[in-house]
Design a binder for this molecule. Structure first.
Ligand code: NI
Ligand code: MN
Length: 232
């Protein structure tokens, strides 16, 4: 399985059985993206919320590839009206997609569909837990502030092994909150995201890694450059 960072909160996950998953494919307008949207293939696209830096190229990629788009109920209704292959979910629900299980979890953020000329109700923002065919669990938090259920629900119930958290501050947690959230969840691997895409969310990931190390030295903070990947 590989988890490739496409910059910002965009990731490509390819499972051992070659299921191609994109999360928040913000590519064309992403100044840090290592590739173009046309180069991406997907079987499944997960959207955490409607903001353009997450929804990004979802429609174009889905149109071209026929990928299934999972999003919150309201965004999914909007996508189905555009003729796309989509399944709406809501917080706490799970569904199987081939040999993985996708669970939608809470995020503390908004979800306006601000990328469209027409306005549509974007529902609420979410995160996702992916349970792979080998039992490994990946948590992509989407944009969020820190919230207590990272302890009570994310850790105690789902126990993800690999966690992707925003550290850019301003729109999401900053490095202090994200380090505490990391300690609360206590994954094996922590990959920071949503930073250094734009000047407003500049952060030093090494400083974040030091904070995590001092709180919980068992967590392996994996800092990547866009285009690099984590593999196991
Ligand atoms: Ni957002
Ligand atoms: Mn964002």
């Amino acid at each position: 399985m590989i988890i490739k960072w496409l910059g910002h909160s965009a990731f490509q996950i390819i499972t051992n059985y070659n299921l191609k998953i994109l999360i928040d494919p913000f590519i064309s307008n992403n100044p840090t993206s290592p590739l173009t949207a046309e180069e991406l293939n997907a079987d499944l696209i997960l959207v955490t919320h409607g903001h353009q830096d997450h929804f990004g190229d979802t429609m174009e990629i889905a149109n071209r590839t026929g990928a299934l788009i999972i999003a919150n109920h309201e965004t999914s209704i909007f996508l189905s009206k555009q003729g796309l292959n989509t399944q709406g979910m809501n917080i706490g629900g799970s569904m199987d997609v081939q040999d993985i299980e996708v669970t939608m979890v809470n995020a503390n953020h908004s979800s306006g569909l601000d990328f469209m000329d027409e306005t549509a109700d974007g529902g609420i923002a979410c995160g996702y837990i992916l349970k792979l065919e080998n039992g490994r669990k990946i948590y992509h938090s989407g944009d969020t502030g820190i919230f207590g259920d990272m302890k009570m629900v994310i850790r105690d119930i789902y126990q993800p092994n690999i966690v992707l958290l925003p550290i850019g501050d301003l729109y999401t947690m900053g490095i202090e909150e994200a380090a505490i959230a990391a300690d609360w969840i206590s994954p094996e691997v922590l990959i920071p995201m949503h930073y250094n895409t734009f000047p407003l969310i500049e952060q030093n990931p090494l400083e974040f890694a030091e904070m995590v190390e001092s709180l919980n030295p068992n967590i392996n903070v994996v800092i990547m450059e866009p285009g690099e990947f984590y593999e196991e």
